[in-house]
Design a protein around this ligand. Structure first.
Ligand code: PEP
Length: 248
């Protein structure tokens, strides 16, 4: 059985003080369930968040990282820094990283490899733009991003891998993919994983949906056979909304 994951991506929101307030409001609202709840604050808030989350049922994630351990990479953050703070998950290849900051599959692939090497759980994000969907290119794009992001990996490394299917047109727009469409693409990703790494990896890898998930649509998404959880942006910034999603 795949344990569900509900992860909140805070993006570039919340000062340290605001992050503290949000975590303090959130923790008492999270019910003990068979699932993992993750929050991903900005880098500057990670240390404070880590202290506040210690001993709780909520796990800490980061939103990005560099693939090298150290070096002359001004402004970048090493996986070793994340490990030291107590980060367990790291979002990689988010569509905002791909489309605003120009991250390509080979760079993302280096990050995924580095995260796995350091014992971090990568959440590899993939998803098509509206133009690509309208041209009927969704499956081709997903295949390129999955094969590119996971190139050169060996089966035994992959137990910690999580994938998030996030159609770009559904992120922050209020538009959600239908549960059937999300389920279909996630089933396709699972098939790609099976073909490349064998049925065990295909079956066991947790694949999340992301794109305007809210308290009102989480239940129907989670009822779908292939959907193992959600990566949540906007609705993760309010303790009440995020806890309702986490407690679906
Ligand atoms: C995201 O940032 O990964 C995301 C899915 O955002 P939202 O929930 O706001 O669409």
């Amino acid at each position: 059985m795949r344990k569900p994951i509900i992860a909140g991506n805070w993006k570039m929101h919340n000062t340290i003080g605001e992050a503290r307030e949000l975590i303090e409001a959130l923790l008492p609202l999270i019910e003990k369930r068979e699932r993992e709840v993750i929050v991903c604050p900005s880098f500057v808030c990670l240390s404070e968040a880590s202290k506040l989350l210690k001993g709780s049922d909520v796990t800490l994630g980061a939103q990005n990282m560099h693939y090298e351990d150290k070096g002359a990479y001004t402004g970048e953050v090493s996986p070793l820094f994340l490990k030291e703070i107590g980060v367990s998950y790291v979002i990689l290849g988010h569509s905002e990283r791909r489309h605003i900051f120009g991250e390509k599959d080979d760079l993302i692939n280096n990050k995924v490899k580095s995260a796995l090497k350091h014992g971090l759980n990568p959440i590899l994000c993939v998803g098509e733009t509206l133009k690509e969907r309208e041209k009927d290119n969704t499956f081709e794009i997903i295949q390129t991003q999955i094969y590119g992001g996971l190139a050169g990996l060996e089966n035994e490394n992959l137990a910690k891998l999580v994938i998030a299917y996030e159609p770009v047109w559904a992120i922050g727009t209020g538009k959600t993919a239908t549960k059937e469409d999300a389920n279909e693409v996630i089933a396709y990703i699972r098939r790609l994983l099976s073909e490349k790494f064998g049925d065990e990896i295909g079956y066991n890898t947790r694949i999340l949906y992301g794109g305007s998930v809210k308290p009102s649509n989480i239940k129907e998404l989670m009822e779908m056979k292939e959907i193992d959880g959600a990566l949540v942006g906007g609705a993760s910034l309010k303790a009440e909304d995020f806890s309702k999603i986490a407690n679906y």
